[in-house]
Design a protein. Structure first.
Length: 252
């Protein structure tokens, strides 16, 4: 599992000749940072980081909040065709995401949002997986708490906001981390809706380093290493909540 990351790190310090050498050369002859300097000159990394951060932030906020609302409704509220609507949500998890690219593109295009940060956010603003995950959390909360809150005069909104939501904190953190991971590595959608390099994300920006006939592998590896560092740090900070959220829902 660690080997690809080690190989990426070593290749980022090699020259193009060393990276293409056969048999493979494991260690670089020198440990200079010229590839990192070169990739920063080739791509507007600060702008790409900013675009990716904005996309991840808004997707996380929307996904966590709306998934919590939907999960609470499907777990605790009784309304007509509840199971039917939840089945429709589950069907989306069974269908490849590429099927939705064309209708999503048409919607964004008709709204006049192509080549904007908003176009990056819209498809990930609601999470099917997050709805399912948080529904499992709400189902695991004892019904006695709900009944006691209603007897004390809580409305549905207060029951959700002050009683149920704090008890699902670890689940919301898990949804946030999942959303951040999926958004950070999202490649297809940013390439489809944004053509300008100033509106691209890190993943789509790195694709521009791949030429039609040749690829500067050391430069590509240097850029890839820079791109994955934030997600590694995020997981290391929230790994306790992440693992707790997965274990609690029974998804192992």
């Amino acid at each position: 599992m660690i080997l690809p990351f080690v190989w990426t790190l070593l290749t980022s310090f090699k020259t193009q000749a060393e990276a293409l050498k056969i048999p493979p050369q494991i260690m670089p002859n020198s440990w200079g940072t010229f590839n990192y300097e070169k990739v920063n000159e080739t791509l507007p990394f600060v702008k790409l980081f900013l675009n990716t951060t904005l996309m991840v932030t808004f997707r996380c906020i929307g996904s966590v909040f709306l998934s919590a609302l939907a999960g609470f409704a499907f777990a605790r509220l009784k309304f007509p065709l509840r199971n039917f609507f939840f089945m429709l949500i589950l069907v989306q998890m069974m269908v490849p995401g590429q099927i939705f690219i064309l209708p999503q593109y048409l919607i964004v295009s008709k709204l006049g949002l192509l080549n904007t940060i908003t176009a990056l956010v819209i498809p990930g603003f609601v999470s099917t997986f997050g709805t399912f995950l948080l529904r499992q959390f709400f189902l695991s909360i004892p019904k006695d708490l709900e009944e006691a809150a209603i007897l004390d005069g809580c409305s549905i909104w207060k029951l959700f906001w002050f009683v149920m939501l704090p008890l699902t904190r670890s689940g919301m953190v898990s949804v946030g981390i999942f959303t951040a991971l999926f958004a950070w590595k999202d490649l297809m959608w940013p390439l489809v809706v944004n053509m300008s390099i100033d509106k691209m994300t890190l993943s789509s920006g790195l694709v521009t380093l791949m030429g039609q006939y040749s690829i500067d592998y050391p430069q590509l590896m240097a850029g890839s290493l820079i791109a994955i560092v934030p997600m590694v740090i995020l997981f290391l900070i929230f790994q306790k909540q992440f693992l707790e959220g997965i274990a609690t829902t029974g998804i192992k």
